[in-house]
Design a protein around this ligand. Structure first.
Ligand SMILES: Cc1cc2nc3c(=O)[nH]c(=O)nc-3n(C[C@H](O)[C@H](O)[C@H](O)COP(=O)(O)OP(=O)(O)OC[C@H]3O[C@@H](n4cnc5c(N)ncnc54)[C@H](O)[C@@H]3O)c2cc1C
Ligand code: SF4
Length: 501
């Protein structure tokens, strides 16, 4: 099959789907190539067994760690990408996250643009993704020029009481910024199977529902599903002339004016690394040697905190977070964020606690509160994505900045114990829990130390862009999706598409 468009986007997730929406606003002829299909709305969408135990929506594909062990990565190859199952917590990064931060064990580098440059696009992304939130509760929140489009999600009584217990300790728990359609007349029914599950009602603000779908309706954007891109071809003039891949098993060639990789941090790097040739022995857009390097994932731990005296009857749990330790954990260095996650059910615990009887897990789940403790990891050239001769993805990964995570984790546990939680169980994220991955094609001003410029354009190949989480120069300690979306809108709006092609 041969295809062509003014702008060709590879991947329809947070970066690609949002960029397509931005280009649709400008009427630009755009083709989105997505390796997956539309995720069906079906009963299994909300089945913990189907989603977590049978991994119904995850690819069979495995990646390899440094020791050659296979693992199932946290990716979803469907229209909308990982946002189809994400938890829809959509915070902004903090203003300080865009500047250099010095930690005891390393440096979090500055971004090539400031919070102020992204701020208007954060507001647009919040409107596009129907974000519900509240101003003035979060002590670390950055300034904003527009209010949240919708007010915060109400807390259920169990969460409200937990917040009082935290406030009694001098903390400032606040309403999580959520992309869930609980607007007046909205279609969300506030179910227990949201975080990690697809929404059977289309009420979750994922990239297909909020960005790509409306973009396709405009007429200037087309979508080709089942289309996997494997490499890019650079012409004698130093510009990309074609993408190569396959669609439903048949060869696919796509020409165009500008080419955007938005296949997720690992796959976008993998496509460029796999495009190696005599002319580009280390891959395309890799004169810095940094392509695939600086792979970050956040330092994350799930906690299950059990208060045996209180039954947790909450349905939608993910409404509260604590950022009191974001800038300073009390020792002059940043800690990170502590946030509620979706209510975990016994059958979901079964994927890890395989030997514990389900009835026992169900009883524990009835009295537990589940949280995510998240802190910043640091870019390291040793943490990297590579691709072997068969095209398989390899991940080299060692934890960075982990002393900060240990300190935040210890503080989170102290606070929870004071709030009445007697048993606290933890699950530290391992190499396969990489859904917050970023940084494999970092943006920067200097072509010697970065792969992309501040508008996600390759320093080397000027009609090539990477508009997904790969551009992050640092990971911050906030959920990444809103920042990916805001930057996609900025790139869509501020790039002279086609006129420069
Ligand atoms: C369970 C879960 C919960 C999460 N919760 C949150 C949350 O609450 N808040 C938050 O901010 N983030 C959350 N995330 C992370 C968030 O979903 C990602 O950060 C975000 O989707 C990344 O956007 P992206 O554009 O980089 O990649 P993706 O959204 O993953 O999109 C990549 C797309 O490219 C396609 N693709 C890949 N390779 C190719 C190829 N070779 N050819 C063609 N297409 C290709 C994929 O199929 C996919 O559609 C969560 C993720 C998961 C898995
Ligand atoms: S809570 Fe609302 S948005 Fe989330 S899956 Fe349920 S109905 Fe959908």
């Amino acid at each position: 099959m041969i295809e062509s468009a003014q702008v060709v986007i590879v991947g329809s997730g947070m970066g690609g789907g949002t960029l397509a929406w931005g280009l649709a606003q400008r009427g630009i002829d755009t083709l989105v190539l997505e390796r997956g299909d539309v995720l069906p709305r079906e009963a299994q969408n909300w089945s913990p067994e189907a989603v977590f135990v049978e991994r119904r929506y995850k690819p069979a594909e495995t990646w390899l760690d440094d020791d050659g062990n296979e693992f199932h990565p946290g990716v979803h190859y469907v229209v909308g990408g990982n946002t189809k199952v994400y938890g829809a917590s959509l915070p902004r990064l903090r203003e300080r996250d865009f500047a250099e931060r010095v930690y005891p064990s390393g440096v979090s580098p500055a971004w090539p643009f400031a919070y102020a440059d992204l701020e208007p696009y954060y507001g647009q992304a919040e409107s596009l993704y129907r974000v519900h939130g509240s101003v003035g509760e979060d002590p670390s929140e950055p300034w904003r020029s527009s209010p949240y489009p919708y007010g915060p999600m109400p807390h259920e009584p169990y969460v409200a009481e937990t917040m009082l217990r935290l406030e009694a300790q001098g903390l400032h728990p606040f309403s999580t910024s959520m992309g869930i359609d609980v607007r007046p007349g909205g279609t969300c029914v506030r179910c227990q199977t949201c975080d990690g599950f697809p929404c059977r009602l289309g009420a979750k603000s994922d990239a297909e529902t909020c960005a790509l779908g409306p973009a396709l309706a405009g007429g200037s954007v087309r979508l080709l599903t089942g289309a996997r891109i494997r490499s890019v071809e650079v012409g004698d003039d130093g510009r990309v002339v074609r993408l190569h891949g396959d669609v439903d098993g048949e060869p696919l060639e796509v020409s165009g004016g500008s080419f955007v990789l938005a296949a997720g941090a690992a796959n976008s790097a993998a496509i460029l690394l796999a495009s190696r040739s005599d002319r580009f022995p280390t891959g395309v857009a890799n004169s810095s040697g940094l392509l695939g390097r600086n792979y970050m994932v956040h330092n994350n731990t799930h906690l299950a905190a059990i208060d045996p005296r209180r039954r947790n009857d909450v349905v939608f749990q993910k409404t509260m977070a604590v950022n009191d330790y974001y800038e300073d954990l009390g020792d002059g260095y940043p800690g990170g964020t502590i946030q509620l996650i979706g209510k975990v059910q016994g059958s979901m615990m079964k994927t890890h606690a395989t030997r514990v009887p389900l009835a026992m897990l169900d009883r524990a789940a009835q009295r537990s509160l589940e949280l995510l403790v998240m802190s910043e990891d640091l870019p390291s050239v040793h943490n990297r994505v590579t691709v072997d001769a068969e095209g398989r993805i390899h991940i080299s990964w060692r934890r960075t900045n982990y002393d900060r995570h240990e300190a935040l984790l210890a503080q989170a546990k102290r606070v929870l114990r004071k709030a009445g939680y007697r048993g606290i169980f933890e699950q530290r994220f391992s190499i396969d829990m990489n859904s917050h991955m970023c940084g494999t094609a970092v943006a920067g001003q200097d072509p010697a130390t970065s792969v992309l410029d501040g508008w996600c354009r390759s320093h080397d190949v000027r009609n090539l862009f990477v508009v997904d989480s790969a551009f992050f120069p640092s990971s911050g300690a906030q959920n990444p999706a809103l920042t990916i979306a805001a930057q996609a809108l900025r790139v869509a709006h501020e790039t002279d598409w086609g006129l420069d092609a």
